[in-house]
Design a binder for this molecule. Sequence first.
Ligand code: BDR
Ligand code: CA
Length: 310
Amino acid sequence: MPDKLPVLLDCDTGIDDALAILYLVNSGLCDLVAVGSVHGNVTALTGARNTIRVLDVAGLSGIPVVVGADRPLAQPVDISAHIHGADGLGNTNQPAPSADPAQGEAAQQIIRLARERPGELTLLAIGPLTNLGLALLLDPDLAKLIPHVVVMGGAAIAPGNVTTHAEANIWHDPEAANLVFTAGWPVTMVGLDVTMKTLLSEADQKRIEDSQRDTARFSWDILQFYLDRYQEFMGFRTCALHDPLAAGIALERSFATYRKAELRVELRGEHTRGMTVADLRPGRQAESPVELALQVDAEAFREKFLDTIC
Ligand code: BDR
Ligand code: CA
């Protein structure tokens, strides 16, 4: 049995973040070292409190969860309550978390842990990238200390989900995202190119509904709001496993196939601010390439996800 992967998680715990956390901690493959929260689906404080709620469901205590940035670097904050509910967990009226967030701040926590464990930690970011951007600005050596960053966000070829070209996590802080994609550390982008292919089918939903495990009961409860929202724009009852897929790929890269390319975030476009612009022209030499997940074995991932949750 290989050692568990030490993961430092950055998230804006709404519905699919919650599913990703349950997946990580039940996978048997992950050592969840610490968590930082960020604005996005909810405020950073609510995100931290929701993370502790989710860890409570998994029966885990003692994993440090700190609050991070409550606003983007260069634009007003914009919370996605319409997708995740005012509480971020589908308005399900969950019990209070068992503990308060830990002392400290998310960007500082990234720097501290990266310095304590140089070359060891996988940084998994499933919310807007403000904390990572701040950490890079505060510590110019950070990029050398983290061997792998996995980002749920962006779209290399697929359309956006907030605007025609922008995906939500990038849209919420394009400047921070651009810092992360150009920092020179190894980044894998798990964008809408692959996450919109991992849609929960009716049979998948039935499996969650029928399972008696606490993780599945909680997941089914919070999923209702998310499924309703997806029904409005997809025309059928489903949802994408955005954050769980990024978690899955961080632990087992064989779920996807990849292509390396130079990637920039559009910061000024009249219609395209927040777009991830990948240079996919043949024969281009990328200076500091980002690894783009472009194809996914959706069947294999959904099966693994359901086995883990149910
Ligand atoms: C991303 O945006 C958020 O709403 C989800 O939690 C996910 O991280 C998908 O675009
Ligand atoms: Ca998220």
